[in-house]
Design a binder for this molecule. Sequence first.
Ligand SMILES: Nc1ncnc2c1ncn2[C@@H]1O[C@H](COP(=O)(O)OP(=O)(O)OP(=O)(O)O)[C@@H](O)[C@H]1O
Length: 259
Amino acid sequence: MENNILVCEHITMKFGGLVALNDVSLNVTKSSITGLIGPNGAGKTTMFNVITCNLKPTLGNIFFEGKNITGFKPYKIVPLGMARTFQNIRLFENLTVLENIMIGFAHKVKYRLFEPILKTPKFLNQEKEIKIKAFELLEKVNLKEKAYLKATGLSYGEQRKVEIARALATSPKLLLLDEPAAGMNPSEKIALMYFIKEIKDSFNLTILLIEHDMKFVMGICQKIYVLDYGAKIAEGTPEEIQKNPKVIAAYLGEANVKG
Ligand SMILES: Nc1ncnc2c1ncn2[C@@H]1O[C@H](COP(=O)(O)OP(=O)(O)OP(=O)(O)O)[C@@H](O)[C@H]1O
């Protein structure tokens, strides 16, 4: 138990009559990369929203580092050490890469309302400090040379990296990535896989990720949870999951629907 940074106990999430999550329990071991997979509409993003307190579960509890955070306000989650990225890249279009990263550091800034308007020395010093930190972070993730480019002018793979770097600016212990490889070409996916492994080690992270690309999930996760129609149908190592008849049936079902 104490080796789990995140414990989700019996989570049920209902939207009116729709049961998006039905009694789902999952644990995330410290320093691991854990995957959450399942066909479309299985409840994966809903689970992320519950974990990050964007949704209060109908039933069940979420423990982060042993602390029950169920029902916490979402803004209280980042300071505790949890950060996430979204399915669709959410960068500030008109800002540079550097400015996007600086926003990630903003929660650490303490100033009164009038200080940014008057540009007081205290405010300017804090801004300078943040700029230095943002540069350091960009250097660590090999994006320093892109600092002054508009974030949305970067390649898709690089935009993903910027989004992840912005999440890293909040000093998370647990990083949740919602479909990080979505929309990437095969070589970008391989680069992202290395990138995620690298930042996990250099930033002492634990990672929980949602991903549809099976090769990606199997290549990067130590443990995988599988949801289908809101229920947990399997958990185990990539090898165990690949062989699991329930998982195969769920994905075959999806292929049939799509086909
Ligand atoms: N705020 C909401 N209100 C009502 N229904 C919702 C809400 N959020 C999600 N749902 C429903 O809950 C179910 C699970 O959705 P969710 O987005 O969690 O699935 P998912 O596994 O992330 O799917 P995908 O892989 O397509 O992103 C779906 O039927 C969805 O329509």
